[in-house]
Design a protein around this ligand. Structure first.
Ligand SMILES: [Fe+2]
Length: 314
């Protein structure tokens, strides 16, 4: 465990949870403003571990969740919802319930929200089990997302994270070299617009959305802005093609890379306990929530903060 004694008199303990991704942060009181040196130490640990777990003895509330998220940037929803005019940074995931972003008071109101089931409905599951970053086709992605469990299922309901820096490190040097300048094309997945009930954002929302989100290219090898570590940026469910390859070559390469990033060697699986907050990097880690808690209830609240774009390693 790394223990840091800080100028403010606070002590921060960082305990890695795996050899590749995730660490538990202890010694942080989120019930009040976090001193700047503690905040900076948290950001440094976050850059290194990509997922941080904060465990609390007591129930954690919205204020504490927002305070943690704000250490990484301005609270804001995913870029897609910003474009559509829903400005709430918090979204609740509760299978069988409505998409709560649509209940945003600032959102344009249209037809009634549809039911959200799970990532399957968004076409993001399939053989890669729903591993993804949120809205990989958008102009920018959040810097961080913070998750709080409102209702913890008695069985199942874990949240899983896959580290893309470790995924890059374990590619062969020859594959790393081949990928160095490669780019991949990202699309809006089938069913996405239906999943967010696009029509609630106005009669012309779908047309505006289609014009706003043409196919987008991202580099396959990106560099972390703080640590400089390279990462393999490939997002199952959103990635459509590798630029310059033939269709069968691209398909085979995407399949291989998507299988690689979900290797057990890069995964941290978080089992929720009362009082937990989990923050993860929305570009350098994939996440997924296995649908293994039915018929029990599970309710988690996500707050997103900051902005980043996947940037090629120079
Ligand atoms: Fe997600």
């Amino acid at each position: 465990m790394a223990t840091q004694s800080l100028k403010s008199g606070k002590t921060l303990h960082i305990q890695p949870l795996t050899g590749s991704i995730g660490a538990e942060a202890r010694g942080v009181d989120l019930s009040r403003e976090v001193p700047e040196d503690v905040a900076e130490a948290i950001r440094q640990a976050f850059a290194e571990h990509l997922v941080l777990v904060f465990r609390n003895e007591n129930d954690i509330n919205e204020d504490e969740q927002n305070r943690l998220a704000a250490l990484f940037g301005e609270l804001q929803p995913l870029q897609v919802f910003q474009f559509l005019g829903a400005m709430q940074a918090s979204i609740t995931f509760n299978p069988g319930s409505r998409i709560e972003a649509s209940n945003d008071d600032n959102a344009p109101k249209g037809s009634a929200p549809v039911q959200r089931n799970d990532l399957m409905a968004l076409g993001l599951a399939g053989e890669f089990d729903g591993w993804h970053v949120d809205n990989a086709f958008a102009h920018f992605l959040p810097k961080a997302a913070v998750l709080r469990a409102d209702v913890i299922a008695p069985v199942g309901g874990d949240t899983c994270f896959a580290g893309l820096t470790a995924a890059y490190d374990l590619l062969s040097p020859m594959m790393q070299e081949w990928l160095a300048d490669a780019k991949a094309v990202y699309l809006v997945p089938d069913g996405f617009k239906e999943g967010i009930n696009i029509h609630q954002y106005g009669p012309d929302a779908e047309e505006r959305f289609d014009a706003e989100y043409p196919p987008r290219e991202w580099p396959l090898v990106i560099a972390h802005p703080v640590t400089g570590r390279k990462a393999l940026f490939i997002v199952p469910g959103y990635v459509a093609h590798i630029v310059g390859l033939s269709r069968p070559e691209s398909h085979a390469m995407i399949r291989m890379l998507c299988q690689h990033v979900r290797s057990a060697s890069f995964i941290y699986r978080h089992h929720w306990q009362k009082g937990d907050l989990v923050v993860w990097d929305e570009v350098f880690a994939l996440h997924r929530a296995p649908d293994d808690f039915m018929p029990h209830d599970r309710k988690v609240v996500r707050v997103t903060a900051g902005q980043q774009v996947p940037t090629a390693a120079s």
